[in-house]
Design a protein around this ligand. Structure first.
Ligand SMILES: *Cc1c(COP(=O)(O)O)cnc(C)c1O
Length: 386
């Protein structure tokens, strides 16, 4: 399907709302019925009828249609956070005694769910280095129910071979779930490789303006229906209509934002790579990236997120550099208009800093919508503080 059609037309029906070009925010909790038969039919399937906005809502439905089409999936759900998309996708598909294989160091709230919540209900998780398919095979157990992926991750960008993992999982009747936040559906289409469920934090690129927290999950009609009925209605994690509307607006400019950010990121990386205070950069499309070939095979692009290893001897030096930046905000998250920096050292006490540990000298950088020159000048003056 044409991306222009998806982003500008699909799921929209202007004649239903006064030919308004911008779709309405149907800000209602409740929907009324005209007959007993209609009400009965709605109760029989809350996913295909508007009953109550904890279930489906016309504004969020427009968004669901577009996001399913972007991912080349049969259906989609939109959540009030990426974390709730992860929670519902996993919870709906495990029971006591089941086992999960996850890539090591998944997104924080994924591993906290695996380690702090699921263990209380008899579901165990094995973490593996997902860069080698043999590690998935070695971790398999008869009770393995889910393989959980994140490719690439958002600090060191390790990838998993999606086609190989999906094939292995299918042979063993295991469900595959991927966190596709880094690439967005524009740069990686996990279902095309056979992955069952694909999710992303829509807070990042889909929203794109740092004003909404949201999540997306796509997959087959059957899997999505089960998650809607078993988890989403119970947890009340549906995206509210106004937030859905903000994402509809964000989606209109997604391709051009990604295009610009891709270009700016390349320019900034070229600058940083030759800088004497930068030891190395980590980025899936960098020519020195160990999995570059795989990145080219399964991703059509990266995003504005990369990591630099600073040549620094002390915690104070990294703090000085970070705070000298005028146009990179020190903050979590990414995917918005504003450039960001998140040094690993910021999360640790100064006395725990050890310059011989490379990870301690890593800083994650996100490139927003500003001009490349503007950002490079800023990096230049701040690096001179190192
Ligand atoms: C931000 C993020 C999430 C969580 O999404 P929220 O919208 O913040 O709940 C999950 N995975 C990755 C990779 C993220 O960057």
């Amino acid at each position: 399907m044409d991306i222009s059609h998806i982003l500008n037309e699909l799921g929209e029906d202007r004649q239903q709302y006064f030919n308004a070009v911008s779709p309405p925010i149907i800000q209602t909790s409740n929907f009324a019925f005209n007959s007993f038969a209609d009400l009965r039919a709605a109760f029989a399937d809350e996913m295909s009828t508007y009953v109550y906005s904890r279930g489906v809502n016309p504004t969020s439905d427009m968004l669901r249609k577009k996001l399913a089409a972007l991912d080349e999936a049969e259906d989609a759900l939109v959540f009030n956070s990426g974390a709730s998309a992860i929670f519902c996708a996993v919870l709906a598909n495990v029971k006591s005694g089941d086992h999960i294989i996850s890539i090591e160091k998944p997104y924080t709230w994924a591993y906290r769910m695996f380690d702090n919540i699921l263990t209380r209900f008899g579901v165990s998780t094995t973490y593996i280095d997902g860069t080698r398919i043999e590690n998935f095979e070695a971790a398999l157990r008869p009770e393995t129910r889910i393989i959980y992926l994140e490719s690439p991750n958002t600090l060191t960008y390790e990838l998993q071979d999606l086609a190989a993992v999906a094939a292995l999982a299918k042979r063993h009747n295991i469900l595959t779930i991927i966190d596709n936040s880094y690439c967005t559906p524009l740069h990686q289409k996990p279902h095309a490789f056979g992955i069952d469920l694909s999710l992303q934090s829509a807070t990042k690129y889909i929203g794109g303006h740092s004003d909404t927290v949201a999540g997306v999950l796509t997959g087959s009609k059957e899997l999505i229906h089960k998650i809607f009925m078993e988890q989403m209605l119970n947890t009340g994690s549906q995206l509210p209509p106004f937030d859905a509307w903000l994402l509809l607006r964000g989606l209109r400019t997604l391709p051009m934002r990604l295009e610009r950010i891709t270009k700016t990121t390349q320019e900034v990386l070229t600058y940083l790579k030759q800088h004497p205070r930068i030891e190395r950069v980590l980025f899936p499309f960098d020519e020195d990236f160990p999995q570059l070939e795989l990145a080219k095979k399964q991703m059509s692009g990266a995003c504005g997120l990369f990591t630099v290893v600073l040549k620094a001897d002390s915690h104070a030096q990294i703090e000085r550099f970070t705070l000298a930046l005028q146009h990179f905000l020190m903050a979590v998250s990414w995917g918005g208009h504003e450039s960001l920096i998140l040094p690993q050292a910021a999360g640790m006490a100064p006395e725990d800093f050890d310059p011989t540990i490379e990870r301690h000298r890593m800083a994650r950088i996100y490139i927003g919508l500003e001009d490349a020159d503007y950002l490079i000048k800023d990096l230049e003056q701040a690096l001179s503080e190192l």
